[in-house]
Ligand binder design. Structure first.
Ligand code: BGC
Length: 361
């Protein structure tokens, strides 16, 4: 079994060269005889609502549609629990393990162990640096950041801001995605700072994307900037909402544009109310489906050519990178039409008026 998986892993790397073969021609069919059972470890349920409300739902939908066994668990931001869950899943006979790492160190330990036990591995949403996952399925995360930078810039222009002070609330320093998001928004905003068109305000990374901590951090930023922050690049809706809560306390909400990501119910409501400038919608249904397809193929001993790779050091990781979309007040309805959130969730009594204004009927 071990030999079989190593063979698949090696061929998996070769497929990046353009092979499109879809069956195991390695001569070792051990994997092909396995009944697929897929284990998924989600990171937490607080850094973003998406993990429980979208990822769990759409992964279940994909696994059920494919008729495969699955086990989806949440590590609740506990690295020890993350490793324990992985051990239990491996012992429990999963054929593929999909992880959203809490950091690259523990992620790598889990992936390496799975690999050594002949379990196929996928980095779901977050790339594990120095890891050994056979595939990486995510969105184009630099583009996510670019959309945030462009969105903020557009909102600042609409507000007629002159030389605005822009503060940053970056994502978790241990999340490779946070690095990519920042690279994206820096590519838009740094030239403006350099040209003195915008003024760089305080910048902090929020450990583990902790929303509560983000509010404290933003309050300190606002104090440090003597109350003069004209725009906030917040890396996701949770961090954005934290900034908005402090802006509200200071009667600045609606005047200071704030960005976000994830098209969460809360983020969409903040946009409709005029307190948030934009969010980035990532169609998690597609992400879950792509990852599920790959996990099932791996479990059957098949290999798929994803058509693209992502560099992790010297390693080319076969990847699926989906396209994110910027959402503003005018397009909140698109997220609802896509079935990501419902009108009932977004348009509660307090937001009904804003929903009507935005053409959500
Ligand atoms: C995900 C975001 C999410 C954040 C916090 C990132 O890795 O790509 O969608 O908001 O983690 O959970």
């Amino acid at each position: 079994m071990r030999k079989g998986i190593l063979t698949i892993a090696a061929v998996g790397l070769l497929t990046t060269g353009g092979l499109t073969a879809c069956s195991d021609d390695s001569g070792d069919n051990a994997a092909a005889e396995k009944t697929p059972k897929i284990g998924v470890i989600l990171p937490d349920s607080k850094s973003s609502a998406r993990w429980e409300t979208a990822d769990r739902r759409f992964l279940e939908e994909a696994f059920k549609a494919a008729g495969v066994q699955y086990d989806i668990q949440n590590a609740q931001n506990d690295k020890t629990a993350f490793q324990t869950i992985a051990d239990q899943m491996i012992t429990g006979g999963v054929t593929a393990l999909m992880i959203v790492n809490l950091d690259s160190g523990t992620g790598k330990a889990v992936l390496d162990k799975a690999k050594s036990q002949g379990v196929a591995t996928i980095d779901y949403d977050r790339l594990t640096l120095g890891g050994s996952a056979q595939y990486y399925v995510s969105f184009d995360n630099e583009t996510v950041g670019k959309l945030q930078g462009e969105g903020l810039s557009k909102c600042l222009t609409e507000k007629g801001a002159k030389n605005p002070v822009v503060a940053y609330l970056n994502g978790s320093p241990t999340d490779n995605n946070a690095t990519l998001f920042k690279a994206g928004y820096d590519s838009v905003l740094k030239p403006k700072f350099d040209a003195k068109e915008y003024i760089k305000g305080p910048e902090d990374a929020v450990p583990a994307w902790d929303n509560a901590q983000a509010a404290t951090i933003f309050e300190q930023q606002l104090t440090k900037a003597n109350g003069k922050i004209d725009g906030v690049l917040a890396a996701n809706d949770g961090l954005g909402n934290a900034a908005i809560s402090i802006l509200k306390k200071n009667k600045l909400n609606g005047k200071v544009p704030v960005t976000g990501q994830d098209a969460s119910t809360e983020g969409l409501q903040n946009i409709l109310a005029g307190d948030q400038c934009m969010t980035v919608y990532k169609a998690v249904r597609e992400e879950a489906k792509a990852a599920s397809d790959l996990a099932i193929a791996l479990a059957k001993g098949e290999k798929k050519d994803t058509g693209q790779t992502v560099k992790d050091g010297d390693r080319d990781v076969p990847s699926v990178l989906l396209t994110p979309k910027a959402i503003t007040k005018e397009t909140v309805k698109d997220v609802i039409a896509d079935g990501y959130v419902t009108k009932e969730e977004v348009c509660t009594a307090a937001y009904a008026k804003f929903c009507a204004e935005a053409g959500i009927s």
